[in-house]
Design a protein around this ligand. Structure first.
Ligand SMILES: O=C(O)CCC(=O)C(=O)O
Ligand SMILES: [Fe+2]
Length: 361
């Protein structure tokens, strides 16, 4: 069941043959019914790979696929608006507001990122007058956002509680007990628009390799571009978008909360079709700010502190990222590649090593 190093399928990308990694598919409706076999498969996926598809095609999940389509329509309207309208409030806090293209480090050496993003926090949407740019602050659009956040929250919390049950956790030790809606957290819905870019000439490209800060990330994208490097895999490979399914990955916080047993899978985004605009919707379910865990540096810290430190590492240029604790961007996950079996020094020296770029892009 675990991803092996055999390459089952490949695609041609950027002049190279790149693997397409298979992933397990977990059924949302079977989780809702707490079917023991499905719970076991879920725990296995999180402990061996940290990534899986969640199948939403059944009666319980279909409505969330409709929410995704409505969110996509809203995103088109928002991202096609003038920059002044999109940037009305700027980035109010790391998990709320607008970030223009090029705000962070890109996927290749000496590049900036190739996406713009609007984030709406779960805490914010529950307020009577949430901070949302005026262009999408009307009752039908707020309803779309409210439904999207609620739906993603239901899916990710169902997964969390299934993991708790699968691991035999009880009472306060259950994961969902540190993800309550009425406690402050940085949980947020991030809507991203990647601009067309050609890696051979452009300087604003993709999304740098990282692991997520979150406990769980639920990702909707109908387009290619996401690449993962599963544990022990030697190279990045694509994830194929799958009809009726979203992609789920374990983030650092759940890895830490599980005593580092779960995998926080390394991933990045590259332009698959250089001429294409790419849209993705990511819901980051994050632990309550004051949840404590032991991080990848062995520090006993709060989820809030991990979020803030890693967020600033993300937005720093590579020279400053290199000053952050060495394991921060990759959440302590080890990397392997053919050229350099132990890449600890690559992580320590910043995420965009020349060597990796030379090999992969
Ligand atoms: O756009 C995507 O497909 C993934 C985005 C991502 O990895 C992130 O926002 O953390
Ligand atoms: Fe991510």
């Amino acid at each position: 069941m675990a991803i092996s190093n055999e390459v089952p399928q490949t695609v041609q990308w950027n002049g190279q043959i790149v693997p397409v990694y298979p992933m397990e598919t977990i059924s949302f409706e079977r989780l809702l019914s707490q079917e023991p076999e499905e719970l076991e498969r879920l725990v296995q996926c999180c402990e061996t790979e940290g990534f899986f598809y969640i199948d939403l095609k059944g009666i319980d999940g279909r409505r969330f696929l409709e929410d995704q389509q409505k969110t996509l329509e809203l995103m088109h309207k928002f991202f096609e608006s003038p920059i002044e309208a999109k940037n009305q409030y700027g980035l109010i806090s790391p998990h709320l507001g607008y970030e223009p293209v090029g705000s962070r480090t890109g996927v290749l050496k000496d590049t900036k990122d190739g996406y713009e993003m609007i984030k709406v926090a779960r805490d914010e949407i529950q307020k009577s007058s949430p901070h949302i740019p005026s262009v999408i602050k009307n009752s039908p659009d707020i309803k779309v956002l409210d439904n999207a956040i609620a739906g993603c929250n239901i899916i990710t919390k169902t997964i969390l509680s299934s993991l708790s049950t699968g691991l035999g956790l009880t009472g306060a030790a259950r994961f969902e007990n540190t993800h309550r809606n009425d406690r402050p957290s940085t949980t947020t819905l991030a809507m991203m628009h990647y601009i067309p870019s050609d890696p051979t000439v452009d300087k604003k490209i993709g999304h740098q390799k990282h692991t997520d800060i979150s406990s769980l990330t639920l990702l909707f994208s109908e387009q290619w571009g996401l690449q993962i490097r599963p544990p022990k895999a030697r190279e990045f490979g694509f994830v194929q978008p799958k009809d009726g399914c979203a992609i789920v990955n374990v983030g650092d916080s759940l890895r830490f909360a599980s005593g580092h047993k779960m995998q926080s899978c390394i991933h990045r985004v590259v332009p698959y079709d250089y001429t294409e605009h790419r849209y993705s919707i990511a819901y980051f379910l994050r632990a309550e700010d004051d949840t404590m865990f032991t991080d990848s540096e062995g520090r006993y810290i709060t989820a809030g502190q991990w979020h803030d430190e890693k967020f600033f590492a993300f937005t720093n240029p590579p020279e400053l990222q290199a000053l952050a604790p060495p394991s921060m961007i990759l959440g302590g996950m080890e990397e392997y590649d053919d050229e350099q079996p132990n890449q600890d020094n690559v992580v320590a020296n910043g995420v965009n090593s020349t060597k990796e770029i030379a090999i992969e892009a």
